[in-house]
Design a protein around this ligand. Structure first.
Ligand code: SF4
Length: 571
């Protein structure tokens, strides 16, 4: 209730006026300290009036690669020349990495504009004239495998469950056969989650869809929400019918304006058709579903942080166990799945788990959506089989821009660090070497690397389906610093190793850049110690992956560093 009311106040006034907070406190009997506890945590909330024109440029990986830093300086100069009431600054990833650089102008997401158009929009921002820049979004039929209805949502899988032709046990069995796992990055088996929540006692259970896609380079859910929102709704309904839940929430990042509108329209249609609400499709089952708009912040994508935000608290991840399947939203058993994971379940229910598993190639199972960005000709979202290689993915995206070759890839946004154009046998785990370095080979091209969960695990990289291709002209140390800054900015601060360590890593990267990669043995050891402490003691994934942008450069790109015996004061 607090979060949604604060959202409404900010929507109306552009910030949270103190008198409005006091009025809210009075009518709700919620003390002011609770309101400030929440309002001060989330970056979306402003406690002071914003500038008359606000121009924020995404500063993260793909936008940085596309020249966001230089654009920031250009637009700052434009603002200075135009009107002192225009404020220009940076913002965390807006989920538009394929359209980099992306901006937020007066709270509207802007992309695909030339520099001169952006200068004009900056000048106009003071008059609040930015609406209508992107009126034509393609929402046409997709031809995707995920959509069994070919653009005509029929909710047949829900019908089968309500008719008793598809029992909850059979649904779980098909999910198990499919091998479907969490496609938001956590990677847990979907059938396991659903089955566990089904077995939990208690009358109140929840279904929560995590649509808070905020990892730099991840934007596949953006397209699914826009183009096939009914599949997400049907997936949530199937989960509800399977586990015995009557209430669900679709938790979505607030910058996804078009996606929120698409989901709201689909929800209205589903209610109209009797698919949601009480006595769905004339049965005795109830499932109410509503949208919960996130107050912002990358950490809200962490599932327990998301639950904290929904419960009107600061989005600090919980210690686990208990897992959300036992004690999730409001302490009740909760299925918490990613958008894509849920959207695959209607097709699996109708076509069978074996059908989905059979979509994989090269020994892998299943299919998924990949966001690809960076130095490729056609960045975007592609539906591809697991087991396909990096080379095939880059081909789908039209190959590299200009005359560049691959210098590196970030296989999971900043969360997986960087992999080089050629992997050497002495740089990889024994397991990986046994699989890929057969017949006396000592090197392999990154283009031959299959993108699937077991392979990524052998490289200690999470599988996020967010690939950034980095061309030969990029400065990798600068990109690593950019990724480290992201984690420093987004750390919730709950645990010391992450809060202090993420800042320390940024300082080390700055120093390395300033000293042209000078790496003394003492510094290398200090980085290693810091990374180990963060990986072993951070509560959530953010702190555990934060060192990877730097440590993977040290492993795979030794030529970026100059050996020196001089101890550096800042490490
Ligand atoms: S690891 Fe970082 S982001 Fe995660 S709970 Fe700890 S401080 Fe917060």
């Amino acid at each position: 209730m607090i979060v949604q009311e604060l959202n409404a106040i900010q929507q109306k006034f552009g910030y949270l006026p103190e008198e409005e907070l006091r009025a809210f406190s009075k009518r709700s009997q919620i003390p002011m300290y609770r309101l400030h506890e929440v309002a001060s945590f989330f970056p979306h909330y402003r406690l002071k009036p914003p500038a008359t024109g606000t121009v924020l440029i995404c500063r993260d990986l793909a936008c940085h690669l596309a020249g966001a830093s230089r654009l920031l300086q250009t637009l700052k100069a434009t603002a200075r020349e135009t009107d002192e009431r225009i404020e220009v600054g940076g913002v965390s990833c807006l989920g538009q990495c394929d359209r980099a650089p992306a901006l937020l102008i007066n709270d509207q997401v802007i992309w695909g504009q030339t520099e001169s158009q952006l200068r004009a929009l900056t000048r106009d921002s003071v008059h609040q004239r930015t609406r209508g820049v992107h009126d034509e979004l393609d929402k046409g039929p997709t031809g995707w495998q995920i959509d069994p209805y070919e653009g005509q949502p029929r909710y047949e899988a829900v019908g089968l469950m309500l008719d008793g032709e598809l029992s909850p046990e059979k649904m779980i069995q098909e999910l198990e056969l499919s091998g479907l796992f969490g496609l938001g990055g956590a990677g847990g088996a979907t059938h396991g989650k659903w089955s566990e929540v089904r077995k939990e006692p208690g009358a109140t259970k929840y279904i929560v869809c995590n649509a808070d896609e905020s990892e730099p380079a991840a934007f596949k859910d953006r397209e699914l929400l826009l183009r096939v929102p009914h599949l997400v709704i049907e997936g949530m309904t199937l989960a509800a019918l399977t586990v015995g839940a009557e209430k669900g929430y679709l938790y979505i990042r607030h910058e996804y304006h078009d996606q929120i509108a698409a989901v709201e329209a689909a929800l209205a249609e589903a209610r109209e058709r009797g698919i949601l609400g009480q006595r769905i499709l004339g049965s005795d089952r109830t499932f109410e579903l509503e949208v919960f708009i996130s107050p912002g912040g990358y950490i809200c994508g962490e599932q327990t942080a998301l639950l904290e935000a929904m419960e009107d608290r600061r989005a600090e991840p919980r210690n686990r166990p208990p897992q959300p399947m036992k004690a999730g939203l409001w302490g009740c058993p909760t299925v918490l799945n990613n958008v894509e994971t849920l959207a695959w379940t209607p097709a699996i229910a109708l076509k069978g788990g074996k059908w989905y598993a059979g979509l994989g190639v090269n020994g892998a199972t299943g299919m998924r959506f990949v966001s690809i960005s960076g130095d490729v000709k056609r960045p975007g979202v592609y539906e591809l089989p697991f087991g396909g290689t990096v080379g095939e993915l880059i081909k789908h995206a039209g190959g590299l821009k200009g005359t560049q070759s691959v210098q590196a890839i970030a296989p999971s946004g900043p969360s997986g660090g960087f992999l080089p154009a050629r992997l050497r046998v002495d740089q990889v785990s024994r397991k990986f070497a046994e699989r890929f370095f057969t017949g006396g080979r000592t090197e392999m091209s990154i283009l031959d690397l299959p993108l699937d969960k077991p392979t990524m695990r052998m490289l200690d990289v999470p599988l996020l389906s967010a690939v950034v291709v980095i061309g030969s002209e990029a400065n990798l140390l600068d990109l690593a610093k950019n990724c480290l800054e992201f984690y420093r900015n987004e750390s919730c601060g709950k645990c010391v190793p992450c809060r202090i360590g993420s800042q320390k890593l940024v300082e080390i990267a700055e120093d390395l850049i300033q000293h042209h990669g000078a790496m003394s043995p003492q510094r290398a050891e200090a980085i290693d110690d810091l990374a180990t402490a963060m990986i072993q003691t951070s509560i959530c994934g953010l702190g555990q992956v934060a060192p990877l942008p730097l440590t993977t450069l040290m492993t795979y790109f030794p030529n970026l560093f100059r050996k020196t015996d001089l101890p550096k004061t800042r490490s």
